[in-house]
Ligand binder design. Structure first.
Ligand SMILES: [Zn+2]
Length: 670
């Protein structure tokens, strides 16, 4: 048996390589394999699960409310500087207060980009993560330990490095939790695809994710963290702020690689200018720079003024805001039919970029802010994020202005819009809505789905607008003559696209499932489904309770799948895809295998003598059987290998026949 502690150590090391250093030394697949081995071992030996196990990052039961945490050392806020003059004044104040024993030319500064996220304090005792808290009002914060544990770049035990220093008795590490801009944009896009709410900016995303009462929700958010200091440390000594940062790195915390240390104040100002110029390239939303005196003894000597330390200052980058006139509120129709508002603006320059449109997020937000057509509005732009309308300037509002009314009909197909359940979002449910068709087609041909290279947004719009297709399956009936009738198509391009379309018929089942655009069924869920169902016929016939039996599928997804297949237009779509010869069954299914296990449901557990679980599952599916993840009354057989754990017990309680690998083979050949 693999040594579980050793395995955990290995995984923690790879997490550190990946999240703290951004320099992995094994592939994602190899990593997943290690995690799976650990999960299996822990499932069989639950008594061996430790709080620092990497499997314990998935979140815990939701809380009623957050407990309060009194900070041992206050998390002070910083005084602000807005220009070089403010900075030189700050320096002057420090120089006047320097003790005689401290020569001016010995003063060192540490300069770091100021990330617009949420500050947290994380306490480790004997190396083990004990508590995570928000800054709160600086003196009292909220206990968000369960949420902090789900952030993958935060070590559950320090040192997370193989040769890091031994852990101190107690240490409080401070840092900024943020959502990288790339992840933020991806997360918002995914939310839009799912017809869910989006975040206004990365800061709100980080704060909202970290203050979830259900830490399982936090675990699903792409949060990252940079350590920026040590609140206090017991059992070790630090001389300078730079030492503290080096220490954080040594124990495995990600530390912003762009931080510098210098004695030259002109260099400090130069650094700030450089960051201001390239703030769009940072990968995170930076709203300024923080400048600190490096020497901790000198920090202590300089002390506080009011609530803010004298030894540090935040240089605020000029806000990239502008006011302009909102000409019109228009609406977009997404792939799922969700209608979202956006603002058409009088062109305005913000931080070197001309802005003509801005997001209005959703109708609820729009109503709350009472933004109206004709208003002068305040706009804000951050990083690569789409510009947003912050608020209307009420003083400039016209006397005859009227509140905005959300549309009642689809801006594209003019069918009546509807709400789903209690959701505030508006949807166009017309299956033939042209706007949705373009979005669906874009999605169908995209990389995670059918991956039809060269068939982008433009062609999607062209073929839909030309009336050449009425659902995504129609791309398989496109002819060369039809393509040549479109603008910008020559012989060669048409041939290439047709060849790519033809090739896409061989894409595996899970990609086709992804491409169907069923709400909540992205590529991960599609893979689960393709694994559990031999073909689309079986999926179409599955009931909601049957679907919920499948690993990775909850009630919400199951309901959405059943709903999707219940619509005649979608059944027709599937029929058309079948006629076109698109893969609608798992590739592992060999039509030659006798369907001896048809109508039987299996659960596999433990280590089988010759087969991996995937292989055993494929074998069962090849023979027409079904494999699910949990033992229930509906399970026909439990296939148990060595070291089978709780599933075996459950099967015994439910009197479910238990067979081994040989028994399975025998069953299939009988
Ligand atoms: Zn419509």
């Amino acid at each position: 048996m693999t040594n579980i502690a050793e395995l955990r150590k290995q995984i923690n090391y790879h997490l550190y390589r990946y999240y703290a250093l951004d320099d992995p030394i094994i592939s994602d697949a190899e990593f997943d394999q290690l995690m799976q081995t650990l999960r299996d071992l822990e499932a069989q030996n639950p008594e061996l699960i430790t709080p620092d196990s990497p499997t314990q990052r998935v979140g815990a039961e939701p809380l009623e409310s957050f407990d309060k945490v009194t900070h041992v050392v206050a998390m002070t806020s910083l005084a602000n500087a807005f220009n070089d003059e403010d900075m030189r004044n700050w320096l002057g104040r420090i120089e006047r207060r320097l003790p005689t024993w401290y020569p001016r030319d010995a003063v060192e500064f540490v300069v770091e980009p100021k990330i617009d996220g949420l500050a947290v304090a994380i306490v480790y005792e004997q190396g083990l993560l004990k508590q995570g808290a928000t800054r709160g009002n600086g003196l009292v914060g909220e206990n968000i330990t369960a949420n902090v544990r789900t952030i993958k770049s935060v070590p559950l035990r320090i040192p997370a490095t193989p040769d890091g220093p031994p852990p101190p008795t107690r240490i409080e590490i401070r840092g900024e939790v943020y959502m990288p801009i790339k992840e933020f944009n991806r997360y918002n896009q995914q939310q839009l695809d799912l017809g869910e709410r989006v975040f206004a900016n990365p800061r709100n995303a980080a704060a909202g994710s970290l203050r979830q009462l259900d830490s399982r929700e936090t675990a699903s958010r792409p949060l990252a963290m940079f350590g920026y200091g040590v609140g206090y440390i017991e059992g070790a000594e630090l001389q300078t702020h730079w030492d503290a940062l080096e220490y954080l790195k040594a124990v495995g915390f990600p530390v912003n690689p762009d931080i510098i240390r210098t004695k030259n104040f002109d260099e400090v100002l130069e650094f700030i200018r450089q960051w201001m110029d390239k703030r769009d390239e940072l990968g995170y939303d930076a709203d300024g720079a923080v400048i600190k005196i490096n020497d901790l003894t000198l920090q202590k000597y300089l002390g506080l003024v009011g609530n803010a330390p004298r030894w540090a200052i935040a240089y605020k980058f000029p806000a990239r805001e502008a006011t302009t006139k909102l000409l019109e509120i228009r609406c977009n129709v997404g792939r799922t039919g969700q209608v979202t508002p956006y603002a058409v603006l009088e062109a305005v320059n913000i931080g070197g970029v001309t802005v003509r449109q801005a997001t209005l997020h959703n109708f609820e937000d729009l109503a709350k802010k009472d933004i109206r057509p004709g208003d002068t509005v305040l706009l804000k732009r951050a990083g690569d994020v789409i510009p947003q309308v912050v608020k209307p300037i009420l003083e400039a509002r016209a006397a005859d202005s009227m509140p905005y009314q959300p549309p009642t009909h689809c801006p594209d197909c003019h069918e009546a819009l509807s709400h789903f359940g209690e959701e505030v979002a508006l949807f166009c449910i017309n299956a033939a809505c042209p706007a949705q068709l373009v979005r669906q087609l874009e999605y169908f041909v995209s990389r995670p789905a059918l991956n039809i290279e060269g068939f982008g947004v433009k062609i999607s719009e062209q073929v839909a607008q030309a009336g050449l297709i009425h659902d995504v399956a129609d791309i398989y009936t496109l002819t060369k003559t039809q393509l040549l009738s479109l603008e910008g198509f020559a012989e060669k391009k048409a041939d290439k696209i047709l060849a790519m379309i033809d090739e896409s018929k061989h894409q595996p089942f899970d990609r086709v499932l992804t491409g169907l655009g069923i709400r909540y069924v992205g590529s991960v869920v599609a893979a689960f489904i393709a694994h559990a169902f031999a073909d689309i016929q079986a999926l179409q016939q599955a009931t909601q309770p049957e679907l919920e039996q499948i690993n990775g599928i909850g009630p919400r997804i199951a309901e959405s799948i059943v709903d999707w297949f219940s619509r005649p237009a979608n059944r027709t779509l599937v029929q058309k895809l079948r006629q076109a010869g698109v893969t609608l069954s798992s590739s592992k299914v060999e039509p030659t295998a006798p369907q001896t296990l048809a109508n039987l449901t299996f659960v596999i557990t433990g280590t089988l003598p010759t087969w991996g679980r995937e292989e055993a599952a494929a074998f069962i599916q090849d023979h027409g059987g079904k494999v699910t993840g949990t033992v229930s009354k509906k399970t026909d057989y439990l296939v148990a290998g060595e070291a089978a754990g709780s599933k075996l017990e459950k099967a015994q309680t439910l009197n479910i026949p238990i067979i081994d690998e040989a028994g399975l083979k025998k069953l299939a050949t009988e």
